[in-house]
Design a binder for this molecule. Structure first.
Ligand SMILES: Cc1ncc(COP(=O)(O)O)c(C=O)c1O
Length: 500
């Protein structure tokens, strides 16, 4: 390990104090993956002698690194590199569009203040779980918009019913019958996107200090909402067939949780889906402990392996499930449109919360979408998007199957938009992010999907294929795999270096 520091130059003539220079130099070594997680730093005395500085200089630098989470100390043993993903300065920000929708919602990462990730025309985007704008059905939407303007005139621009445009609610209620979900125009609530749905449910049901159960990892936008309400998040690890219900029940009991936030089908970010058995057991628990369950259905219909999961709402005999549907992944996210099916006993509170948020969702957009469905455009567009995503899913899985490196595992969800990769223990995901972005490949680092309790093994990445064009997928995955291999080789060679 001392070898790595031998070439480090601290300059006494600079205005920056020596301890800051040392701190910066070590931080850079961590960022670039030269110092790997859980390796031991040289002793204070050894490093001070090597760099010809006072021991206090080294202590101060180590203290600062520790304070910022780059290193941790073990009493009597030494100072070790943390398993952090320092992403600071990972790309330039020379203009262009900032992407990574969900990364925006992460205050944990320095994306907003430093090196935001920018896309150029060569970037292969495995980071955004969102359709690209070339897939948006602009022509047909233009047709319905014009028809609405001719038909409804100024009415399209007046305040709407808080619950939403009645014909649209009726239309949605009909659509829901296909999935065996019973609803009617009274319990459907139109929302300005699923994100708003999560927000107004939280406003309506949660007080400061209340506990919410979430899966771990989970959708970053939901974490941000619950935190903004001052709620405590009680996260339960998600497995391939859903969360461990014994742990979930323990938390329900211990923390008297009022709300359980779930993404039961093709979960974001892991792609895991609850087994039908777990779905039914979860509903029993919600009833027993008097909790509401949010069923966030952002992509259940992208079921490429015909796994045929039942929705929680269709099995909800005791009216505990608040079903939320987003149209963003199939349609156009910028429309800000979705809906909820709300249990009658809380609909009053939800209406109040919706009213305080934005009074009602845009009347023009609701009317246009209603006509879009009734004209048959929606069904055609859904089939179009399904085929595109299906092709991208199988291309991604095929490419991963043929070139994934040793020690990297991943889960085939059979649907949805995301694939969750598990890197070997101690793998420098931050360095991978940095190197891949500079090679025009972006993905979402796993750590952004955790609330507070970061797991010991923080080594996942999420690859989304929604925004990656079919012809980019294989070259993108091949390049990513070769960067992973080169980082693994670098790690191995550092591990084999004698500790002086
Ligand atoms: C699980 C999940 N829920 C909700 C949303 C937000 O959807 P909307 O655009 O409808 O607000 C997203 C967006 O990525 C998501 O992944």
């Amino acid at each position: 390990m001392l070898e790595i520091f031998r070439t480090m130059l601290l300059d006494k003539t600079l205005a920056a104090p020596l301890y800051l220079q040392l701190y910066e130099a070590v931080k850079n070594l961590i960022d670039e993956g030269t110092l790997v997680a859980h390796s031991r730093l040289p002793s204070i005395r050894g490093l001070a002698a090597l760099l010809n500085v006072n021991q206090i200089t080294v202590v101060s630098a180590f203290k600062r690194l520790e304070h910022e989470g780059y290193v941790y100390s073990k009493p009597g043993s030494g100072t070790y590199i943390s398993n952090t993903l320092s992403l600071k300065g990972m790309t330039d920000s020379g203009g262009g569009n900032i992407i990574l929708d969900e990364l925006y919602q992460q205050d944990d990462l320095p994306f907003l203040t430093s090196g935001q990730v920018t896309l150029n025309e060569n970037t292969i985007n495995f980071a955004s779980a969102t359709p690209t704008s070339d897939l948006f059905p602009i022509d047909n939407f233009k047709v319905v918009l014009n028809d609405i303007l001719d038909r409804d005139k100024g009415n399209a621009f007046s305040y709407q019913d808080i619950r939403g445009f009645l014909p649209l609610r009726e239309c949605i209620s009909q659509m829901m019958q296909k999935g065996n979900i019973k609803s009617n125009s009274e319990n459907i609530q139109i929302i300005s996107g699923a994100q708003q749905g999560i927000d107004i449910i939280s406003k309506a049901l949660l007080n400061q200090g209340d506990y919410v159960i979430t899966e771990s990892p989970t959708y970053t936008g939901a974490i941000a909402v619950f935190k903004s309400r001052g709620a405590e998040i009680c996260d339960v690890e998600i497995n391939k067939d859903g969360p461990d219900l014994n742990v979930l029940e323990y938390n329900l009991k211990k923390y008297n949780c009022k709300l359980i936030y779930t993404i039961p089908s093709f979960q974001n970010p892991t792609g895991h889906s609850y087994s039908n058995l777990k779905r039914r057991e979860l509903l029993k628990l919600a009833e027993r402990y008097n909790a509401y369950v949010i069923e966030d259905d952002y992509v259940s219909d992208l079921d490429f392996d015909n796994r045929g999961f039942v929705s929680l709402k269709s099995e909800d005999k005791s009216n505990r499930v608040i079903f939320i549907k987003s149209f963003s992944k199939i349609f156009m996210p910028g429309l800000r449109l979705g809906f909820m099916i709300v249990p009658s006993d809380i609909h009053g509170n939800i209406l109040e919360a919706k009213h305080t948020s934005d009074i009602s969702t845009s009347g023009l957009i609701q009317r246009a979408f209603d006509l879009y469905i009734r004209t048959g455009f929606w069904d055609k567009h859904f089939s179009f998007m399904y085929d595109i995503y299906r092709e991208r899913y199988f291309k991604t899985v095929e490419a991963l199957d043929s070139c994934i490196c040793d020690g990297v595992t991943y889960f085939k969800p059979g649907g949805g938009l995301n694939i969750w990769l598990d890197m070997p223990y101690g793998f420098p995901v931050g360095s991978l992010f940095k190197l891949s972005s500079s090679n025009d490949i972006v993905f979402a680092p796993g750590r952004i999907f955790y609330s507070n309790n970061l797991p010991q093994r923080l080594n996942n990445i999420r690859l989304s294929f929604a925004s990656a064009y079919t012809e980019q997928i294989r070259p993108g995955i091949e390049k990513l795999c070769s960067i992973i291999s080169s980082l693994q080789q670098r790690q191995d060679s550092h591990r084999n270096m004698p500790i002086l």
